[in-house]
Write a protein that binds this ligand. Structure first.
Ligand SMILES: NC(=O)c1ccc[n+]([C@@H]2O[C@H](COP(=O)([O-])OP(=O)(O)OC[C@H]3O[C@@H](n4cnc5c(N)ncnc54)[C@H](OP(=O)(O)O)[C@@H]3O)[C@@H](O)[C@H]2O)c1
Length: 304
């Protein structure tokens, strides 16, 4: 399979990617659009003419909120949607919670928020999405773990903050893989991406030692920005590339990296990459995860 290339780079901003693209009349949802990459993506899309709904937990003015960890909230948000929808950017996320936490339905909270809530949202909005695009915001961290179907919620294995994040981000890629196969006939496309490294609120759960290990903090506690770090506007470039660029029309089931190019498939695990792990684009795993998620939606309060 030939990898898709674009004229953009890791330095391109969301505005660069959308230069000359007229999104007038296009309606889009960006989850977690109040901060970080989501805010930058929403601004660039709006500047290009799109009508963007920023889906946040506590919106002002009585609009329906969206708490991805709460399936009831997701259902209410999707049910309230009216009219066509051209793109959903599944951008909201949480990372490396230091202690195991559970969503109200009993799922591990990172898997529940980053994956299951988005599964519920996107499947709930399917009827509106004819010809539309789904963008799953994953992470290079997905290379750290497959979905552990034997124990996805860390009930029998020791909880590890990064393994839980990695698993949830593999799940995000698997959802794009599944939609790419299942909804192709409806003209709905889905792709996944890694935005690169960007200072945002995402790092809120990391302690100083972890920030230092990542090269993002000096010994005095000052934030560092290594050369490979990106601005939120650069981080959002791949989100809007997949959501709105004519260059990606009809493309589905692919994974793009922070340099705005499609990534090769690699083994996954320590020392592998850059690329997308084989376990994240495995059709059998994508189907298995879909069934697990669909069952969770049918049976909301599974365990504590
Ligand atoms: N920054 C990076 O270096 C990096 C690298 C790789 C991947 N990513 C991915 O990029 C995406 C955006 O992250 P970011 O860096 O822009 O971080 P961010 O500024 O923390 O944005 C994440 C957003 O998700 C929202 N959110 C969290 N839990 C939610 C829930 N239960 N329901 C609804 N919204 C919820 C947050 O809202 P609240 O403010 O209400 O909490 C926040 O607006 C994430 O999926 C992340 O995994 C980021």
């Amino acid at each position: 399979m030939t990898l898709i290339t674009t004229p953009f780079t890791a330095h391109s901003t969301a505005a660069d990617v959308l230069e000359g693209v007229d999104l007038t009349g296009k309606r889009m949802i960006v989850t977690g659009g109040a901060s970080g990459l989501g805010a930058a993506a929403a601004k660039a899309l709006t500047d290009a003419g799109a009508e963007v709904t920023i889906a946040v937990r506590n919106p002002a003015g009585g609009a329906p909120g969206l708490d991805l960890a709460d399936l009831g909230s997701v259902r209410r948000f999707a049910d309230a949607w009216d009219g066509p929808l051209d793109a959903v950017i599944a951008n909201a996320g949480i990372m490396a919670l230091p202690h195991r936490a559970l969503a109200p339905n009993g799922w591990e909270l990172q898997l529940a928020t980053n994956f299951l809530g988005h599964f519920a949202l996107i499947t709930g909005l399917r009827e509106h999405l004819g010809g539309g695009r789904v963008v799953m915001v994953s992470s290079g961290a997905h290379l750290g773990s497959p979905v552990h179907f034997d124990d996805p919620h860390f009930e029998r294995r020791a909880y590890d903050p990064w393994s839980a994040y990695a698993q949830s981000k593999t799940a995000d890629v698997l959802l794009a893989t599944a939609i790419g196969r299942r909804w192709r006939a409806d003209g709905i496309t889905a792709n996944a991406m890694n935005p690169g490294y960007i200072h945002t609120n995402l790092q809120r759960h990391l302690d100083d030692a972890t920030m230092r290990a990542l090269g993002a903090m000096d010994d005095d506690g000052n934030l560092l920005t290594p050369g490979y770090y990106k601005t939120p506007e650069q981080g959002a470039s791949t989100e809007v590339l997949l959501a709105a660029s004519p260059l990606l029309a009809g493309v589905t089931g692919r994974y793009f990296t922070e340099d705005n190019q499609e990534a090769p498939t690699v083994a996954g695990g320590s020392g592998s990459g850059p690329g997308v792990a084989g376990w994240a684009v495995d059709p059998a795993a994508a189907d298995r995860l879909w069934d697990l998620a669909a069952a969770a939606l049918a049976e909301p309060a599974r365990r504590r």
